[in-house]
Design a binder for this molecule. Structure first.
Ligand SMILES: [Zn+2]
Length: 212
């Protein structure tokens, strides 16, 4: 477990984002004398966060274009945002609030191996998907799986498939962090997350029951 929050990616910081990471970031900005908050800091990314972060970037002597208030990896790493309690929270579903709708290993002729290699979570397009464990991610595209992410953690790969949007495409993520949104890219009849687990580096067909 890292001592500090890993950089959650530039795309993480957008209007409407709510996360305990943003509260933890704001507290660090205040501690560094960079706080521009009237109230808070709170969990939602606001213009006050951006103004405070810009003050931090200026404190680091970053040039004007790099002091726009949008967090980057270098300035983030130097801010030393502590790991939030949510980082160790148990994640009960890769699509919070949604349960499995088509189970792992269900048999059927429309699956190329004759069975379902993952677990499906049907949910509207845009529903958040979160990392079930802390680890690292990579992104890819496939005709069947569409736009996908692979989370590697503890010797396993966790595949998030048919995504409509990816919040992160590489680097470290923590358990519970939003990484993507449900979609229907690739071979899908409707919006859902196909969630599959394999041994790290395992090929299609090496799937195991998707627990974590
Ligand atoms: Zn599926």
């Amino acid at each position: 477990m890292p001592a500090y929050e890993p950089f959650p990616g530039a795309a993480f910081f957008r209007a409407g984002r709510r996360s305990p990471i943003i509260t933890a970031m704001g507290k660090r900005l205040v501690a560094e004398g960079c706080g521009k908050y009237r109230t808070g800091p709170g969990p939602e990314w606001t213009d006050a966060d951006r103004q405070s972060y810009a003050a931090w970037q200026r404190k680091l002597d970053l040039s004007a274009s790099d002091a726009d208030g949008m967090p980057g990896r270098q300035s983030w790493d130097r801010l030393h945002v502590p790991v939030t309690s949510a980082a160790t929270a148990h994640v009960s579903s890769p699509v919070p609030g949604h349960a499995v709708t088509t189970p792992y290993h269900k048999r059927g002729p429309h699956w190329s191996l004759g069975y379902h290699t993952g677990a499906d979570y049907a949910a509207p397009k845009g529903t958040p998907c979160v990392a079930v464990l802390s680890g690292s991610v990579r992104a890819g595209h496939d005709g069947s799986f569409g736009d996908y992410l692979v989370l590697r953690s503890g010797g396993f790969d966790y595949w998030y498939c048919h995504l409509s949007h990816r919040d992160v495409t590489s680097g470290s993520v923590r358990a519970g962090q939003q990484v993507a949104e449900v979609g229907s890219t690739g071979n899908a009849t409707g919006p859902h997350l196909h969630f599959e687990k394999r041994p790290a580096g395992g090929r299609f067909g090496s799937d195991v029951a998707p627990s974590w």
